[in-house]
Design a protein around this ligand. Sequence first.
Ligand code: CS2
Ligand code: MN
Length: 357
Amino acid sequence: MKMTWRWYGEGNDSITLNHIKQIPGVEGVVWALHDLAAGEVWPLNRIQEVKKQADQFKFNIDVVESVNVHDDIKIGLDTRDQLIDNYIETIRNLATVGVKVICYNFMPVFDWTRTDLYKPVGDGSNALFFENAVVSNQSAQSMIEKVLEGAGDKTMPGWEPERLKDVEKLFEKYKDVDDEKLMENCKYFLERIIPVCKEVGISMAIHPDDPPWPIFGIPRIINNAENIRKFLKLVDEKENGLTLCTGSLGANPSNDIPAMIREFGDRIHFAHIRNVKTFDNGDFIETSHREQDGNVPVVEVVKAYHEIGFKGYIRPDHGRHLWGEESNCRPGYGLYDRALGIMYILGVWDTLEKEMK
Ligand code: CS2
Ligand code: MN
C-alpha cells in the first residue's frame, strides 16, 4: 500500500507540504482544486501548478479527492450530458500529470453530515459528532447554517454556501429520485466515463455515503455490502472501483468491513481508515485510530488489506482536533491525530510485513 495525506492546497490549508514531509511513510498528497464548482472543467495549467508544488517535496499526486459530480447528473436532468463531457475533459487533463485514482461520491445534496464539529471527547480534545435526534428534529436549512457557522472561515467541500443557499429548492429537484433512480443515474454516468478511464489509465473510486443511512429523506446507494455489490456490477470493470472508508461504513455497526475488504479486493483503489464510536440510538463520534477507542476493528482492517496484498493508496480519514488546533485547522483535518493515525496503521502493517519474512 501507498500512504497518502489529504492536503487542501497552498493557501487553503493550515498544514503545509513541509509539515507533511515530516510524517513518516507519506508518499503522496491527495488533492483537489477546491475553488472550482462541480461541473467546471479543471484547467491544465492549474493541475500542473499543483504537480510542481508536490514535486518539490517528492510527493506523488496520484490521487484526487474529489472531482465532485454535479447535482444534475445525480438527478438525471437533460443538462447532464454536457456536464459529463466536462467531467471527461477533467479526467483527460488529470491523466496528463499521471493521476491514477479519482475519489468522488454520489450523495445527493451534501457531502458528509455531522451535527457538531467540535464535540468534546472527554480528554481535552474534540471531534466530529453526529446526533440522530438533531437531524430528525430540525430543517436541513438550519442544519446547514449550523455546520457553516461551525466551519468559520474554512470552506467545507460538499457544503458550498452558494449551492446550498436554497436547499429546499434543491430537495425539490430530487423529489422523484429514489435509491433505484439514483443507481440508474449513476450507471448512466459510469457508462460514459469508464471507457475514457480505461483509455487513460485512471480508476474511479466512489466514496461511501456518510452517514450510511438516509437523512432528510435523501436516498443512499453506497452504504452496505449488498448495495456496493450492485454498484460494482453497474459497469463491471476494474476502473469502476471503491474508496473504502471505514469511518463512513463503520457508523453502521452491522457493516463487516474486514469482510468487505476481502470480498471487494482489487476493486478497492483507495482506503480511508478511521475509527468511530457508535451508540445504540444511532449517534456516533469520531475517535482516535486505536481499535479500543471505537467500534471499527482497525487492526483487523489493516490485516485484511495486508492479506489481500493491497497495492492501492491509503490515508487516515478524519482526526480529532488536538492540543487546541481547532482554532485554525479544517474540521476533521487537523495535523496531529491524523499523523498519529498513520503511525498506528504503519505499526500494524510493518509488524505484519515482518511476520511474513
Ligand atoms: C471524505 C469525504 O472527509 C471525508 O470524509 O472522506 O468527504 C470524501 O472526500 C468525499 O465524500 C469524496 O467525494
Ligand atoms: Mn472517507
